[in-house]
Write a protein that binds this ligand. Structure first.
Ligand code: ADP
Length: 436
């Protein structure tokens, strides 16, 4: 399969403030090496002479001062561009650094930034750039991901907060799920809450609940970590900007006490936010333009990305391979929960019962067949946790149900770590996966 060795190496020379944009399919591998000058990928510097390999990626190598790259392999798209919004992104970063300095001097909290905009405008890329720049200046910002479609930190369906204190991996991007899985249960595991669905619109009440839990946990984290407190956080969001999206944005602003709102690539959203937040002088709304390099990812690519993320959680990446453990668990040793039937029409409910109360009501799963091929979140809950408090627990890790044997009353699970399950309460969402 390794036919890349046969392909010739090509040289790409980039001038000041240029970028090399590329796309690679999932089944191909390309490599990029910096041989002269300086360059970065979404804010993270490339090391000189190191060969970086990419699969299933769309990205850009940007240079402030010019560089030469050696590239190899079959890119599906590749070109050089000299019009980028990088200067405005850098200026935004510098303004945030100013706020961090003030926070430092006055022993206050650093900037609480939230990036909003439609799908595929570069929100995640900009968040990465801002986090990387803060890191490069000696800060330790928290990266908050509320984008449940992608699961840029752990699993799809999860909202997370990670204190970024060392260099972001150029090849694997942000906190690869492999390293996350490897750190399962340890203190470096990001703070995570499981929502379990792809779009926030599927169960808005639950989505808001997990966001609130995450906000509270992030605050507690910042209270005990001076570095994180002064650096503040950057919230990356799902691209929902209809009326449901607006409602969620306002909720997140309140819960996370956001004071800098960056609107990316959408004039109307910017003007609406100014209007909605008009009275609220504590939030500065900033408009930034989208990079011409941002590519739209179709449904298929996103589904592929999700599967790759799940696979990576259990099996790791070429750089950090994991061998997951398969084990048998008795029905009676675990409790699987799912969130109640979401859309019960109010006409079907007893008089006086609010249909939305179901949306955050957990139901115990008795029919284990339902869980076959599901991803389950292991909750950090006590054995005797009350049913009403189940959703308040953060995630200790994830398992995959590969088989269900109703006769023997046992399930076969796949887990990144050996030994017994650390906790017995498991939460099921809508994500299914097939090992391939
Ligand atoms: P959003 O978070 O708004 O959905 P992303 O930041 O994930 O958008 O960007 C969408 C896709 O475009 C990603 O695959 C990302 O890597 C790619 N991308 C972003 N900026 C560039 C760029 N300047 N050149 C090439 N690809 C880019």
């Amino acid at each position: 399969q390794e036919k890349e060795g046969l392909e010739p190496t090509r040289e790409v020379v980039l001038g000041t403030d240029h970028e090399f944009r590329f796309e690679v399919e999932f089944n191909t591998k390309v490599s990029i090496k910096l041989v002269k000058g300086t360059a970065e990928i979404f804010g993270t510097e490339l090391a000189m002479g190191v060969v970086y390999t990419f699969t299933g990626r769309k990205a850009a190598v940007y240079t402030w001062h010019g560089c030469t790259l050696e590239v190899k392999g079959a890119f599906s798209v590749e070109y050089t561009a000299n019009e980028t919004p990088m200067t405005s992104y850098l200026n935004t970063h510098l303004a945030l650094e100013g706020l961090r300095q003030t926070a430092h001097d006055q022993h206050e909290m650093g900037p609480r930034v939230m990036v909003i905009g439609p799908h595929d405008v570069g929100k995640t890329s900009l968040s990465k750039i801002l986090v990387s720049y803060a890191l490069r200046q000696g800060g330790s910002p928290i990266y908050v991901s509320l984008d449940t479609t992608e699961g840029s930190i752990t699993m799809p369906g999860t909202v997370t907060a990670t204190c970024i204190s060392h260099i972001i991996d150029v090849e694997e991007g942000f906190g690869s799920s492999a390293t996350t899985a490897a750190s399962m249960g340890s203190s470096t595991m990001p703070l995570a809450y499981y929502y379990g669905f792809e779009s926030p619109a599927e169960n808005v009440k639950l989505y808001k609940l997990v966001c609130s839990q995450l906000a509270e946990a992030t605050r507690s984290r910042m209270a005990v970590d001076e570095g994180c407190r002064e650096s503040g956080f950057i919230i990356d969001t799902a691209g929902l900007i209809d009326h449901v999206g607006y409602d969620i944005i306002q909720h997140v602003i309140e819960e996370f006490q956001v004071n800098v709102l960056i609107v990316l690539g959408h004039e109307r959203l910017y003007s609406d936010m100014n209007r909605i937040l008009g009275q609220n002088k504590s939030v500065s709304v900033v408009k930034l333009s989208k990079s011409g390099g941002v590519v739209e990812r179709d449904r298929q690519f996103k589904a592929r990305l999700q599967r790759a993320k799940i696979h990576e959680y259990f099996y790791g990446t070429p750089k950090c391979e994991l061998s997951p453990y398969s084990m048998l668990v008795n029905y009676d040793d675990i409790k699987i929960w799912r969130v109640g039937d979401v859309i019960a029409p109010s006409s079907a409910l007893p008089l006086g019962m609010d249909s939305s109360s179901n949306e955050t009501q957990v139901v115990k799963v008795d029919n284990y067949d339902m869980c076959l091929h599901s991803i389950l979140a292991i909750l950090n809950a006590d054995q005797n946790e009350h049913e009403n408090k189940i959703l308040e627990n953060n995630v200790a890790g994830f398992i995959y149900v590969s088989d269900v044997d109703d006769d023997k009353r046992k399930v076969t699970i796949l887990s990144p770590s050996p030994g017994r399950l650390p906790k017995k309460h498991l939460l099921m969402g809508s994500f299914k996966w097939m090992e391939t």
